[in-house]
Design a protein around this ligand. Sequence first.
Ligand code: MUC
Ligand code: MG
Length: 366
Amino acid sequence: MKIERIEAIPYAIPYTHPLKFASGEVTTADHVLLRVHTDTGLVGVADAPPRPYTYGETQASIVAIVEQVFAPQVTGLDVLDRGKIHAVLNRTIHNQVAKGALDIALWDLMGKATQTPVHKLLGGYTDHMRVSHMLGFRPAQELLDEALRFGEEYGITTFKLKVGRRPLGLDIEACHVLREGLGEDVDIYLDANRGWTANEALEVLRRTEGLGLSLLEEPCDAKEAMSRRRLVQKSPIPVVGDESVPTAGDVSRELLSGGCNAICVKTARSGFTEAQQILGLCTGLGVDVTMGNQIDTQIGSLATVTFGAAHEATSRRAGELSNFLDMADDLLAEPIRIENGTISVRDVPGVGAAIDEGKLAKYRLS
Ligand code: MUC
Ligand code: MG
């Protein structure tokens, strides 16, 4: 099964409810749909969400690197020769989201070719994941209203609160209001997207003591190596690396240097292949993992649940799977459903992201 051609289709779908966080804001899903066509007629599908403030990739750069660099290098290669394909892709540094989407499209093809769901090929641990919902910057009472609504409508009991604002009191107040309004059985954790210094993060931890927050993600820039290590040593809760650890090499650097002691796995930037390497590293070292969200569409969320449900360690905690609910529309032919706070994998060959061609025609930019 040889790669014949690769389409990189830019599209834009507005958000009804923009997500704001310390490193940026998303008002439109200006993503790239990748389709890998083979000589057997099978097509592998994946979504690439550009996050310039996180990785430096843009919609235009993803289209360009795929069309001008990756497609010419891998056209003609056998989809099953993934080691060869990755060796070729890895000659180009960075471009994690473009590489991640290509990898997911290759797994989709392997599933379709073998008539097997990809969650089974990856590990088949379980068939669903609990859902964690991400709450962006808003006044404290609005955050509580939103969390209560998601609890009631979808059965979600885990929330990641975006923090990293100054003055620190804004986020500290939000933590107190959420805990008081949601009760102690709801899991609340924080993600500062590098908005604070390590010492500011320590102050926030002091002023939220007793609230039972479960994790603190990317509190400060990883370049603050010494202060960040001090924060990790003093923190009563795990400090999660996210944008500081897009590759397995970054994960080992941050864990060995003490810059974090838990890891956020994101299929959007690691694909399934490197996400498995990262997971193996974390499992071997006894480090907790979370399944993160790159502010994904339903296509991306399906990839996350496919990977997360496939392994025991990634299905322990709720995965961040619900932010597509804030989009005006999506490209998936069969929408994802959240029931009793969970999302199920699809028992169809591949990842199961069949595209609604009418919607693609409506939202594509070229
Ligand atoms: C997250 O976990 O940080 C925000 C920026 C990004 O790259 O991903 C999101 C969510
Ligand atoms: Mg994060």
